[in-house]
Unconditional design. Structure first.
Length: 131
């Protein structure tokens, strides 16, 4: 009897998860990193209005940097996107509006921001590090 109930519960859970809309099953945060060279960075910067957030990683004098350890998370939902070697451009997409935290580290120096983002919000920030 217990095995039959467990089988019914598992079947019901599987059916319910299959019935959820695709947006409910996908990650709440995605991050694309790149932008090395003009042929890669220009299209990414031009497409920033189609993303919740575009992050530029730079030095204090304005030069671009790469290999930034980057994490975007939603404290409310627990969703996370991470990249070990991001930059000089990151594009972030979210499925829900809310507060998101960006934590970026380069050579032991951390930059952290909390932002209110929405899907296709077109938000842009520049994170800067010393030379």
């Amino acid at each position: 009897m217990a095995l039959k109930n467990a089988t019914r519960s598992a079947t019901l859970a599987l059916l319910l998860s299959a019935a959820l809309p695709a947006a409910a099953q996908e990650p709440a945060i995605t991050m694309t990193c790149g932008g090395i060279g003009l042929e890669e960075s220009l299209p990414m910067r031009q497409a920033q209005q189609g993303h919740a957030l575009t992050v530029l990683f730079a030095t204090e004098s304005g030069g671009y940097v790469a290999d930034v350890r980057t994490r975007i998370d939603s404290p409310m939902s627990g969703a996370v996107a991470e990249h070990e070697r991001c930059g000089p451009v990151a594009q972030v997409d979210v499925t829900r509006a809310g507060h998101y935290r960006i934590h970026a580290e380069l050579d032991g120096v951390v930059r952290e921001e909390v932002l209110e983002l929405s899907p296709q919000g077109g938000h842009r920030i520049v994170l800067r590090w010393p030379e």
